[in-house]
Unconditional design. Structure first.
Length: 468
């Protein structure tokens, strides 16, 4: 059978559901909001940003009345659908941070390390069992030109004190066996892997144990002012609140301003069945490193606690009008390509099946890192736009949102990354045309040894772009 045939067969029985959240011990639904209540702080959205906002607010202000409104179920969005790479980077990677905020990159790296330590510490404090484990991350070269870009990345990492090492082909193959590997760059520090749904559920329990009230299936439809307070409306009730943090990320949510700065981009994932002992031996991978390849359109992959491989990335799809629809979670084209690329990387796993296939929206900004904004005289703060690296940085996003909503000037709020918003996306149809042009240029760049070409060079000059 051809590679294409194996891939098709392997995908045939995959369920169109998210592996992480399809669990028998998933928590019961919280109630819907019904009637009018009051709160000192309302958090809109119960993904990682919203949950960290509630937890950190209650740690800072014990006894504060905090209400969380979630349109669906806790963790419904990107937060329980992701690859579980929990990176210390706050800037969607070091290279992006260095190019946008060269003057503050050392502070951003330090704050990112503190943030990751804070996540680990909180998981211990609240006894959250989310299979959080520090593991190295490897950027693999699968084409000659990747080797040069990894050498450049090595210099960047060394300059901020990262513990990194270049791996030649033999060293790379000794770790993980794939005929496509030519070398790699391994980073030993500031990266962990986590089970994302268990992280969301654990944070939900932590927030509730500190006194937060969660309402699920309760979408916020508007935020208005009511005398000296804010009023957050849902279909069957309202919360009258002093302050609001909007954490709906890729979803439009009730705050229109966010739609200028963030657009939803779909990322797709496959999960295999557990590997048997022979299959595990055939790939090596004994240290359980997180892996990503060095193309612009990259794959990311990792092992799970029960010996499966999660395999995602490559395409990043944008739908006209920033459309969000559960239909976009499944893509014959992208899932098909992902399956084929999987067997090109690990041909020795012929016969292995995929059990789950899914997708979800990340929110990207033109500088690929989060953005914050305020309205209603600073009593309403929004945050989002982590692009594909929000598992760790969402806690920092929440921390800054709390600084802003409580009117504090801190080292964090003084950062240019925080105080200066990214360049806004243009309205449709220019938005769609710009994204498609950029996607094609990224594909061309990968096909031509990473050369940026005219369009990407122009975007680089203005410090803007499109990524996932
Ligand atoms: C397939 C995929 C793979 C990824 N892999 C990684 C990875 O390995 N590592 C990494 O760091 N990042 C990864 N990411 C990105 C990461 O998951 C996100 O950046 C992060 O989860 C964002 O969290 P959030 O809480 O801001 O947003 P979300 O998790 O999207 O949460 C927003 C919440 O708001 C709710 N909501 C929407 N509208 C309303 C409303 N009107 N009222 C109330 N609630 C509302 C939604 O239902 C949702 O629960 C990935 C994302 C995807 C989709």
């Amino acid at each position: 059978m051809t590679m294409h045939g194996w891939a098709k067969q392997a995908l045939a029985g995959a369920r169109p559901t998210v592996f992480w959240s399809e669990r028998a011990d998933a928590p019961a639904a919280a109630p819907e909001l019904s009637g009018d209540i009051t709160a000192e702080l309302v958090v809109v959205g119960a993904g990682l940003t919203g949950l960290w906002t509630a937890v950190q607010a209650l740690e800072e202000h014990p006894g504060l009345s905090v209400v969380i409104l979630e349109a669906e179920r806790c963790g419904f969005g990107a937060s329980s659908r992701n690859g579980g790479f929990c990176d210390g980077s706050l800037t969607h990677g070091l290279a992006n941070g260095m190019s946008h905020w060269p003057d503050e990159i050392r502070d951003l790296v330090r704050m990112g390390r503190e943030n990751l330590d804070g996540i680990e510490e909180s998981l211990g404090r609240y006894r959250i069992d989310a299979d959080f484990r520090r593991a190295p991350e490897v950027g693999v070269a699968t084409q000659e030109w990747h080797l040069d870009s990894l050498k450049g990345a090595l210099e960047h990492h060394l300059s901020v004190g990262d513990d990194v090492e270049l791996l030649d082909s033999a060293m790379m193959q000794a770790r993980v066996h794939s005929p496509s590997y030519l070398g790699g760059l391994i980073r030993y520090n500031d990266i962990a892997l986590v089970d994302p749904a268990r992280l969301c559920w654990g944070l939900r329990t932590a927030a509730e144990s500190l006194g937060a009230q969660l309402f699920e299936n309760s979408p916020a439809t508007s935020v208005g002012s009511e005398s000296s307070s804010l009023s957050v409306a849902t279909p069957n009730g309202r919360v009258i609140a002093e302050r609001v943090v909007n954490a709906t990320n890729a979803y439009a949510g009730p705050v229109k301003q966010t739609r200028r700065y963030m657009i939803p981009v779909y990322d797709h994932v496959l999960m295999t069945e557990p590997l048997d002992q022979m299959q595990l031996t055939s790939v090596g991978w004994e240290e359980g490193e997180g892996i990503g390849d060095a193309s612009n359109q990259f794959h990311y992959y990792r092992m799970t606690e029960d010996g499966r491989i999660l395999w995602g990335g490559y395409d990043a799809t944008y739908h006209f009008g920033s459309d969000l629809d559960p239909r976009h979670d499944q893509s014959e084209d992208t899932h098909g390509k992902l399956a084929q690329h999987f067997f090109e990387t690990f041909p020795q796993l012929e016969g292995l099946r995929f059990t789950h296939r899914w997708g979800g929206p990340v929110a990207t900004t033109t500088h690929f890192a989060p953005a914050w904004g305020t309205s209603q005289s600073g009593r309403l703060v929004w945050v989002g736009g982590y692009t594909g690296l929000g598992v760790g940085s969402s806690r920092f996003g929440a921390r800054v949102a709390l600084d802003l909503v409580f009117g504090r000037t801190t080292e964090r709020t003084e950062l240019k990354m925080v105080s200066k918003k990214p360049f806004p996306f243009p309205p449709e149809p220019v938005r769609w045309a710009g994204v498609q042009m950029t996607r094609k240029a990224i594909q061309r760049s990968d096909d031509h040894e990473g050369r940026r070409g005219l369009w990407l060079s122009l975007l680089d000059k203005f410090g803007v772009g499109f990524d996932s």
